[in-house]
Design a protein around this ligand. Structure first.
Ligand SMILES: NC(=O)C1=CN([C@@H]2O[C@H](COP(=O)(O)OP(=O)(O)OC[C@H]3O[C@@H](n4cnc5c(N)ncnc54)[C@H](OP(=O)(O)O)[C@@H]3O)[C@@H](O)[C@H]2O)C=CC1
Ligand SMILES: CC(=O)[C@@H](O)[C@H](O)COP(=O)(O)O
Ligand SMILES: [Mn+2]
Length: 383
């Protein structure tokens, strides 16, 4: 019996992970954590009987505790609760399906406790990759990619050919605004940006896909997962999201992983690696697909992609600035406090004024995050 804990069980990746669990009878869920959706978390507790559940908000945790008092599930809250879930002693694998760099501490504690990580939470690796990758190596734990592109790269690298890897071809859908010019994006509304052409995902990552910040985060995520320079990573727009990513080897051979846009495949692959298992769902039908398109990304319009390369090349605390500015800007955009193009503008502005810390400690990363939030709040006044 495989045993897993999930951070962010009520979200898009969290619920799809539980679907994978439902379809396979040999995974036990030992711990679950969510932010505030206690209605869904209660249902999950009743179905999967974890011994531990965490809710970020203390009041909601108290309410959930009272609702599940007929069960043996212990309910905890706050950062301490997240860490208890991530280090729950019976679990072998932690699925990090929480959104944002709030995942750093629980992920690091899980690694210290010897858990393998099925990593969806890219913000953690983007901001703390220089701490996480060596820690994982030291503790002998695996970081298994869940992000579809990184899973595709990982799958394309099977066979132990990593040493002959020349280049990563990271595919991007181009988002809902592919083909538009920057000028045409000034009046974009929340509803427009939430219409991803191919994937159903949480709100924050959906906005990130529309600005191509998501692809920028993924470039830095790939740098850490596969030990390459960001300049060995080329973003290729593949509007159908059928080619999930590719690798080019020294001899010019390109190996790709293709599939329907369904996150259950990378989730299941991470949970059972190196085994492949039957997964119900649609299969690719190349006769009806007909053709696949490939394009160069428009970095004049999607300036965040260049900013991410700059942050990834510089390293240190600059990726934290890129990520933290985006996290706050997206929250404000979703709250209708700022305009769409201000997301990218704020990221650029925060990066411009930052004095880079070459190899920041966890405290320095969190201080950098706090500094970015403080700057954006003061810069926007009461907005
Ligand atoms: N969705 C996708 O297809 C993909 C997602 N990813 C990455 O996976 C991560 C999750 O994305 P996604 O599932 O779309 O996001 P969602 O917004 O759908 O879900 C986020 C989850 O995190 C929980 N959460 C948020 N804040 C806290 C907190 N403070 N404490 C505890 N739990 C918290 C939410 O709980 P609640 O709802 O209860 O508040 C929810 O369960 C992101 O990093 C994203 O970039 C990567 C590739 C694909
Ligand atoms: C499903 C997944 O992995 C997302 O990160 C997806 O790739 C977003 O699509 P784009 O960022 O390419 O639009
Ligand atoms: Mn992705």
């Amino acid at each position: 019996m495989k045993k897993i804990a999930i951070l962010g069980s009520t979200g898009s990746i969290g619920t799809q992970t539980l679907e994978v669990v439902r379809e396979n009878r040999d995974i036990e869920v030992t711990a679950l954590a969510a932010g505030s959706n206690i209605d869904l978390l209660e249902k999950q507790i009743r179905e999967f009987s974890p011994c531990l559940a965490a809710v970020w908000e203390e009041e909601k945790a108290a309410e959930l505790k009272s609702r599940v008092r007929d069960l043996d599930t212990k309910v905890v809250s706050g950062m301490d609760g997240l860490i208890q879930v991530s280090t729950e002693e019976k679990a072998d694998i932690l699925v990090t399906a929480i959104v944002g760099m709030i995942g750093i501490r629980p992920t690091m504690e899980a690694i210290r406790a010897g858990k393998d990580i099925a990593l969806a939470n890219k913000e953690t690796l983007v901001t703390a990759g220089h701490l996480i990758m060596p820690l994982a190596k030291e503790r002998g734990v695996s970081i298994l990619p869940v992000d579809s592109e990184h899973s595709a790269i990982f799958q394309s690298l099977q066979g132990g050919q990593e040493r002959s890897l020349k280049k990563i071809l990271l595919t991007a859908s181009g988002g809902p605004f592919r083909g538009r010019k920057r000028e045409e994006l000034k009046d974009v509304q929340v509803e427009d940006a939430l219409k991803h052409p191919n994937w159903e995902m949480g709100r924050k990552i959906t906005i990130d896909s529309s600005t191509m910040v998501n692809k920028g985060l993924e470039v830095i995520e790939a740098k850490w997962l596969f030990g390459v320079d960001v300049d060995q990573i080329q973003v290729v727009v593949q509007p159908q999201s059928v080619v999930h990513s590719m690798v080019e080897y020294e001899d010019g051979a390109v190996i790709a992983q293709l599939g329907t846009p369904d996150m259950k495949l990378p989730i299941q692959y991470a949970l059972y690696y190196p085994r492949r298992r039957y997964l119900p769902g649609e299969r690719l039908d190349f006769w009806s697909i007909g053709k696949l398109d490939f394009e160069r990304p428009d970095t004049d319009t999607f300036q965040a992609l260049e900013l991410a390369y700059r942050a990834g090349r510089a390293g240190g605390s600059l990726p934290t600035v890129f990520n933290a500015a985006n996290e706050m800007a997206v929250a404000k955009f979703l709250d209708r406090k700022i305009r769409y193009l201000e997301i990218t503008d704020l990221i650029g502005e925060c990066m411009e004024r930052h004095v880079n810390i070459p190899s920041p400690s966890l405290d320095e990363i969190l201080d950098t995050e706090a500094g970015v939030y403080e700057y954006i709040n003061s810069r926007l006044g009461r907005r």
